[in-house]
Design a protein around this ligand. Structure first.
Ligand SMILES: Nc1ncnc2c1ncn2[C@@H]1O[C@H](COP(=O)(O)OP(=O)(O)OP(=O)(O)O)[C@@H](O)[C@H]1O
Ligand SMILES: [Mg+2]
Length: 366
């Protein structure tokens, strides 16, 4: 597939495949577009190809097939140092023998800018990341969060068009990590630079992104806003990877009627074949506990865990399906309870449907 990218796309991948000799392809015919000024996240398990996509954008490696566009021009063979892209690496890759100022100034010195200009730019970058006053500190005198900020200052000092961030928060403890998530997001808004951020942490992706690409085994499974992806996972992989889910096997009886757990339920889905086998997803927070006789499903409580904000209750129905419930109400192990849910809470997913097939099916019905 080689379609010219939309004019507002800053980066566009068209049918990009990356294969190392003798190995199966790491990226398989990947196409997507990145719009200017937004915060994008590549999300997926280890080895799915996230870093490979960043390396292709940065110019550290070339695609085996397909085209990569930057502002509408093919850049497959443009070397890394000619691209308007900067990378923040997981280990920050700071120079331990240089102080904070010189770490940030490094690229500017290579470009042989005048001393006064270097000073002005470095101080402006340090102001952006709240590190004014730390110019003379050695890197080994800085905390993890401060080093992180130095790495970001170094990436923004040249005002690149795109900043690539490869799991930049994974070395930080949970509290600092949450703070840095907010800080990074704020920084991106203030700078207006396009950020492409890599993580395998789904909560981080949901919290930070304008758009998420969910990857598995070198294929983009789904792309969309955090809410799109959370509310309408397109297949079993995405549903399982994003948030906690109940996934059970079912069958589409006809439009707006679906069968699972031995019963038939109203749903909001249409456009599948009559009796087509499907995967059903219901989020744990969409299940409500009732008396057994008032429930759409009758289940038995197998385990209960207090999670601070809610109880996490594991149940099993007569057909042997497990159901996870998040509820502010407690239920005791061994208790028989009912579960109820709205038709909108049932997400019906065609087996292994790709994003393109899903879009075509929706279009046919709108
Ligand atoms: N230079 C290389 N030669 C051969 N195989 C490679 C090379 N670089 C990466 N790979 C393979 O490509 C696949 C994707 O790697 P990549 O680094 O993109 O994964 P990732 O999604 O970033 O994973 P992680 O979350 O562990 O960082 C892996 O199977 C990896 O072993
Ligand atoms: Mg990686």
């Amino acid at each position: 597939m080689n379609v010219k990218p939309a004019s507002e796309a800053i980066i566009s991948f068209q049918g990009v495949t990356k294969q190392y000799e003798g190995d199966p392809a790491v990226l398989k015919d990947v196409s997507f577009e990145i719009e200017r000024g937004k915060f994008y996240t590549l999300l997926g398990p280890s080895g799915c190809g996230k870093t490979t996509i960043l390396r292709l954008i940065a110019g550290f490696t070339e695609p085996t097939e397909g085209r990569i566009y930057f502002n509408g021009k093919v850049i497959n063979h443009i070397p890394a140092n000619k691209r308007q892209v900067n990378t923040v690496f997981q280990d920050y890759a700071l120079f331990p023998h240089l102080n904070v100022f010189e770490n940030v100034a490094f690229g500017l010195r290579i470009k042989k800018l005048k001393e006064a200009e270097i000073k002005e730019k470095v101080l402006e970058a340090l102001r952006f990341v709240n590190l004014v006053g730390y110019e003379n500190r050695e890197i080994n005198e800085m905390s993890g969060g401060q080093r992180q900020r130095v790495a970001i200052a170094r990436a923004i000092v040249n005002r690149p068009e795109i900043i690539l961030l490869d799991e930049p928060l994974s070395a930080l403890d949970l509290k600092l990590r949450t703070e840095m998530q907010v800080e990074l997001r704020e920084l991106q808004r203030r700078l207006g630079i396009t950020f492409i951020f890599v993580t395998h942490d789904q909560e981080e992706a949901l919290a930070m992104s304008d758009e998420i690409f969910v990857l598995s085994e070198g294929v983009i499974q789904q792309s969309g806003t955090p809410m799109d992806i959370y509310d309408e996972p397109i297949n079993r992989f995405v549903a399982d990877f994003i948030g906690e889910s109940n996934i059970v096997a079912g069958r589409m009886t006809q439009d707006f009627l679906v069968e699972f757990a031995g019963k038939t339920f109203d749903c909001v889905d249409q456009g599948l074949q009559p009796n087509e086998p499907v995967d059903i997803v219901i989020r744990p927070e969409d299940l409500e506990i009732t008396r057994p006789e008032d429930g759409k499903l009758q289940v038995k409580v197998e385990a209960q865990l207090f999670r601070g904000v809610h109880f996490e209750i594991q149940c099993i129905d007569d057909a042997g399906n497990k159901w996870l419930v998040h509820s502010t109400r407690r239920a005791d192990v061994g208790e028989a309870i009912g579960l109820t849910f709205d038709p909108e809470a049932i997400h019906v997913m065609r087996f292994n449907e790709t994003e393109e097939e899903f879009d075509r099916r929706l279009e046919a019905y709108s």
